[in-house]
Design a protein around this ligand. Sequence first.
Ligand SMILES: Nc1ncnc2c1ncn2[C@@H]1O[C@H](COP(=O)(O)OP(=O)(O)OP(=O)(O)O)[C@@H](O)[C@H]1O
Length: 280
Amino acid sequence: MANNQQISINDLSFTYRHDSKTVLHDISVSAPLNSIIGIIGNHNAGKTTLCRLLAGIIPNMMSGQLSGDIHIGNLSPTHDWSALNRQTGFVLQDPASQLSGLADTVADEIAFDLLNHGVAEAEIQRRVADVAAQLQLTAQLQQSPNSLSGGQLQRLAIATAIVTEPTLLILDNPTSEMDPQGRRAFFEWLRRIKNTTILLVSNEIDDLCEIADRLWLLADGELVSQGTPLEVINQLKSEWQIGTPKIYQLAKLMDWSLGADLFPVNINQLRGCLHDRDSN
Ligand SMILES: Nc1ncnc2c1ncn2[C@@H]1O[C@H](COP(=O)(O)OP(=O)(O)OP(=O)(O)O)[C@@H](O)[C@H]1O
C-alpha cells in the first residue's frame, strides 16, 4: 500500500526498447511529499530517464522493459497517468521542444494549457501575468517565443509548466542555458515555492545544497547515495564524478567542521559552524 505522504520508488529497473543496456538498476528510495529533491549524477547516469519515469512519460509514451514501481502519494505514474498528469509540471532538458509552436506570443504560449483546460479568460490573464512576473518575462509577453534567448526560453518552459499550478514539478536541467544572474534568480524563486514536490536535475551543486531537502545520486544507472545534502556531499566517492560546493571546499581547507567529521555544504551550516567556533 502506497504511503500517501511520500514519493517512493521500489526496485525500479528500466531498459529502453530496442536497446540491450539496462539504464536504471534496482532503484529504491523515498522522500516526503512537498520536499525539494535534487537528482545528481555523472553523464548518462540515467537522470533524464528517471524523470521520464516519474512523469509517466515512460511507459505511457516511451516504452521499454520496466520492473518495480513508483508512487507519488497514492498515484502511480504507470497506472494513474491521467490523474497524475493533471497535477504535474515537467520541464524538459531542451525547452524549445516542449513549446506548442502554435503561439504568436509568449503570453499565448503560457496560456496554451489553460485554454485547453477551459479556464475562464479573466483567470487566464491573471495567472499569465502572475507567472510571467515570477519568471521575469513580463517585458517579453507580447514578443514571439522565437525571439527569446536560450535562458528566456527555459524560463518560458518553466512558466508553461507552473501556470496550471501543479503539485509535482519535475525539472530536468532547467538552468543549463541561463546566465549566472538568471540562474541565481531561478534558485531564489524555487526556494519560495510552497506545497509542491519538486524533483530537480541539476549540475549546480552549490545551488542544490542551498535549496534541496534531499539529494539522490545516480552513477551509471544505480542509486549510489541519498540523504540530505550534508550527508551526501560528505560521503562522496571520487568515482561518482560529482563536484563539491565551494563552501564545503573552503571549510575543508580551513578545517571548519560541524563535528563528527562533517563539513558544511551551505551558507547556513557554515554560519552555524563559525558561530560555534567563535563561542568556544
Ligand atoms: N530514448 C532513448 N532510447 C534509447 N536509449 C536512451 C534514450 N534516452 C536515453 N538513453 C540512454 O540511456 C542512458 C541514460 O541516459 P539519460 O539521458 O537518462 O542520462 P542522464 O544522466 O540524464 O545524462 P546527461 O547527464 O548526459 O543528460 C544513456 O546511455 C542514453 O544513451
